[in-house]
Design a protein around this ligand. Sequence first.
Ligand SMILES: [Fe+2]
Length: 473
Amino acid sequence: MLGNSAAARGVRYEREHMCNAPANSSIGWRDPGWIFHSVMKNLNGGVRYYYQVGSDSKGWSEIHSFIARDVYAEETIAFMFGDMGCATPYTTFIRTQDESISTVKWILRDIEALGDKPALVSHIGDISYARGYSWVWDEFFAQIEPIASRVPYHVCIGNHEYDFPTQPWKPDWGTYGNDGGGECGVPYSLKFNMPGNSSEPTGTKAPPTRNLYYSYDMGSVHFLYISTETNFLKGGSQYEFIKRDLESVNREKTPFIVVQGHRPMYTTSNEVRDAMIRQKMVEHLEPLFVENNVTLALWGHVHRYERFCPISNNTCGKQWRGSPVHLVIGMGGQDWQPIWQPRPNHPGLPIFPQPEQSMYRRGEFGYTRLVANKEKLTVSFVGNHDGEVHDTVEMLASGEVISGSREDTVKTVPASAAAALVGKSESNVLWYVKGAGLMVIGVLLGFVMGFFTRGKKGSSSDNRWIPVKNEET
Ligand SMILES: [Fe+2]
C-alpha cells in the first residue's frame, strides 16, 4: 500500500546556538537530536494518503493518514487558537498548561467527526511554552501528534518562541524582553517548516529565524500569517510582503482573507505594557487590512476569547469590507492573564465595563472553529468546559456581519440581521416575536417592582460602593 517514498532532510541545532539562559544552561539544554523534514509532492487535493516515517535501520512509526490540502475545496475548515502550551505526565518545576489536554481532545473529536473532509489547525504563537527548557518541546510534539499527524499544523511566532535581549529589531517603544528563555527562535525555526522563505538574521551564532510570514489558499479562504515579534513597520521586508500578498489575492477564487498574528491589534484586557505595539500595528498594518478588505484578523497573546465588531481605527463599522472583524483567541491553554481594563472612575458603571467595540468576551479556555464556503465564513468559539459553541459570528461574501450566538443576537444585533440568522423558518421568527413580547412584559414588571422596592429601601445606600468585608478588614 505504501508505494512511494520521499527523502527527509535532517537538521539540528547546538547548545552554542542558544542565546541566553535557561536554553544554554545545563538545566535547560537537552540535545534535540535530529529533526527531519520531508515534503510529499504532487498530491491530489482532497485524497486521503497513508504514510509512516522512519528508516530500515532505525525502525518505522505506525501508519498515519491525512487528507491532502484541496485548493478547490467547497468547504474550508480550520481550528484556531493561540497560547496553548502542553502538559507533562509528571510534576515539574516549570509551569505547564494542563488545560491544553482538553483543547487537543476537543479538536481531535472535531477532526474525527469530519471523516474525509480536509481541515487545518492554526496555533498562532506561544506554542509549547518551553521557554528554554528543551524537553518541553518533546512533550509538546508528543501531545499534538494525534492532530498534527492528520491535519496541517500551522504556526505563527510568539514572544515565548523568540524574544531575547539582543534581538535585532528592538524599537524603544517595544516591550520585547526575554520571553523566549534564550531560545531566540531556533527550535521554532527548525522544528516547523512553514510555506514561503521568510527569514531574519538573529544577529548571533544562531541560525536565522524562519516561518515568520507566509500565506496560502484553502477553498474560499486566503490565509496570511504574520510576525508581530520582528519588524512589521512600513518599509520593512515583512510589510512589503504583506502588502504584495494582500493586493494579489484573487477575490473570485478566495472571497475571504484571514490574517493571523500573535500580539493583538485590539484587546480590552488590561495589557497596558503592549499599548505602543498595538498603536504601531494600527498605524502601519491596519491601513493594509482596511484597503485590501481583510475579512477577519485573529490574534493571541492575551489568554482570553474576545470578539470585536467590524472595526477600523477603533471605531465600529457596518460590514467587514473596510472594517475587518478582530478576534483574540489566546485561550488555548495558558492560564495567567491580565484582567479586563478597569473602569475609569465612574461608579455607575461595572468595575470592568465592556466597551461597545467588544461584542463578546470570555475568560474561558477553548478554541475557535472556522467553516467557510464561497458565500459565508463562520467562526465559532468552542469552550473546553463542555465542548460546545458559545459564540458565533458569520461573515457573508457581501460584506455583511451577522453577530453572535442566538441568545446574544437577540440582545445586540439589529432586527434585520437577527431575522437573517434565524433563517427562512417563519415559525422561528414568530417564536422570537413571542419571546420578545414576553421579555418586554417581564422587563416592565421588573421595572415596576424595582421602583417600589427601591422606594422602600430609601436612600440609605445612596449608590455608594460598599467595600467587601473579609477577615482582614
Ligand atoms: Fe504571547
